[in-house]
Write a protein that binds this ligand. Structure first.
Ligand SMILES: NC(=O)c1ccc[n+]([C@@H]2O[C@H](COP(=O)([O-])OP(=O)(O)OC[C@H]3O[C@@H](n4cnc5c(N)ncnc54)[C@H](O)[C@@H]3O)[C@@H](O)[C@H]2O)c1
Length: 433
């Protein structure tokens, strides 16, 4: 393929070198004359393992060129990959000026040449940015079919960028509506097994990854600070933490849904926070962990209240399925709030039988929800029958029962991702989807 790469920084230089290695003919474009001149001679504008040899080989094989001339680059290629910088403004907001300028230049060249062209954006851009380009400065070209636009975030790491290009940790292709790309060229350029999403989803994945990476670093460093304060080796503690690949380094807990609850997480996070405060340690992530959970709980209750119905049913009350433990249960907290605000509630949880509840659970119910006995029903059917809004936190009714009883006037709020609920004849909404 003939491919132009706009922006010869870290991403653009590595992309150019690696695409040429695959046999594509690449033209690099940048604003800086010195960079373009050096690149044209096969000299790398960045320091990165393997890149010098790759660029030299590509130049010797006549697969690599560089130019300042946008029109020439567009005319001679079928695909333009946009890798210009997207820095922060002093306010912290994203600055898309370079993306806008390069898009305007490329669009002008396409209009003048009347050719069809693929635009593949790799610069990191906030959700909505690609669609804004498509409905804004590219609108006429997209409408006429002259341009097709993809958003494919880049995940390479400096220092191992060439290796990461060859074996990407993730391959994501963003299309207008999440349907597979109309152009085989895009899959060929991206390689691997792509996850295909709408533009906004693809944009969001990039930010989710970097937010998560930042969170991981922050977490490890907070544990490190705590450990050092205690005279413990934080590296060793984190090594052992990472050895648990079931709960710690795994997909577990990595699912939007329920706020966290139960008898351990709220209590232990709170104890560690109090301890850090007492020791005068600044641990802002720990400090705010309960706050983010509380915000999620508030959103959950607002979601229910926003439906403007009075009769609310809960399928599941314990903090998770297959337990009768009500301590710290987000459903108990939500039910309590709603009761206090005058809603009519009914609840079914197969593991809750008041006559069998003892100890902490019994106390919890008696102290916090003395009316629970009246609210608890003996079957899911009773809840389904009498509720306008049904909050499903557990699969405690069979799908067949739900199928039989779901009514179009009912609203179901799915807390834990039981996506089949969507297929039933009621109004479906997920807590975060
Ligand atoms: N550096 C990384 O490790 C990395 C990893 C993944 C994603 N990203 C993202 O990729 C994008 C590029 O990052 P980078 O580190 O390569 O940036 P960079 O600042 O190193 O390079 C950007 C290049 O774009 C050029 N440029 C600006 N406007 C131009 C125009 N109109 N025409 C042609 N060239 C133009 C600049 O001169 C510069 O050489 C950013 O959005 C970044 O967030 C970077």
């Amino acid at each position: 393929m003939n491919i132009s790469v706009f922006g010869l920084g870290y991403v653009g230089a590595v992309t150019s070198a690696c695409l040429a290695e695959q046999g594509h003919r690449v033209i690099g474009v940048d604003l800086h004359a010195a960079k373009v001149a050096a690149f044209g001679r096969g000299q790398s504008p960045i320091i990165e393992p393997e890149i010098d040899a790759l660029l030299q080989r590509a130049t010797d094989g006549h697969l690599l060129g560089a130019t300042l001339d946008v029109h020439a680059a567009v005319v001679e290629t079928d695909v333009s990959i946009i890798c210009v910088g997207t820095p922060s403004l002093p306010s912290g907001r994203l600055n898309l000026d370079y993306v806008h300028k390069v898009t305007a230049q490329i669009a002008k060249a396409i209009r003048n040449s009347e050719k069809t062209h693929i635009l593949l954006y790799r610069s990191t851009m906030l959700p909505g940015s690609t669609r804004a380009l498509v409905t804004g400065m590219l609108a006429d070209l997209v409408a006429s079919g002259q341009v097709r636009v993809y958003y494919c975030p880049e995940f390479l790491r400096e220092g191992t960028a060439v290796k990461d290009f060859r074996e990407p940790s993730l391959v994501v292709i963003g299309t207008q509506d999440g349907a597979p790309p109309a152009d085989a060229a895009v899959c060929e350029i991206m390689g691997g097994q792509p996850s295909i999403l709408a533009w906004e989803g693809a944009e969001m994945i990039k930010y989710s990854c970097n937010y998560f990476h930042a969170l991981k670093v922050g977490f490890a460093n907070e544990i490190g600070r705590l450990c050092k304060h205690l005279g413990e080796d934080g590296t060793r503690v984190m090594d052992v933490l990472c050895a648990d690949t079931r709960l710690n380094i795994s997909r577990y807990y990595m699912k939007p849904g329920n706020p966290y609850g139960g008898s351990c997480l709220p209590k232990d996070v709170s104890a560690l926070k109090s301890f850090a405060r007492q020791e005068n340690l600044s641990l802002p992530l720990l400090e705010n962990t309960a706050a983010t959970n509380a915000a999620h709980q508030d959103l959950f209750v607002s979601l229910i209240e926003g439906k403007a119905k009075r009769r609310i049913g809960f399928l599941g009350l314990a903090f998770k399925a297959d337990t009768d433990d009500l301590r710290g249960s987000p459903m108990v907290a939500a039910a309590e709030t709603l009761l206090g605000r005058g809603y009519e509630l009914c609840i079914y949880d197969p593991h809750l039988n008041l006559s069998r509840l003892i100890g902490a659970n019994e106390q919890q119910i008696l102290a916090r929800m003395p009316h629970l006995a009246q609210l608890l029903k003996q079957s899911a059917e009773e809840v389904l029958q009498s509720s306008e809004v049904i909050v499903v936190s557990q699969k405690c009714a069979s799908f067949e029962t739900l199928q039989e009883m779901a009514r179009p006037d009912q609203i179901v709020i799915d807390v834990n991702g039981w996506r089949e609920l969507k297929d039933l004849p009621w109004q479906y909404e997920g807590i975060c989807w």
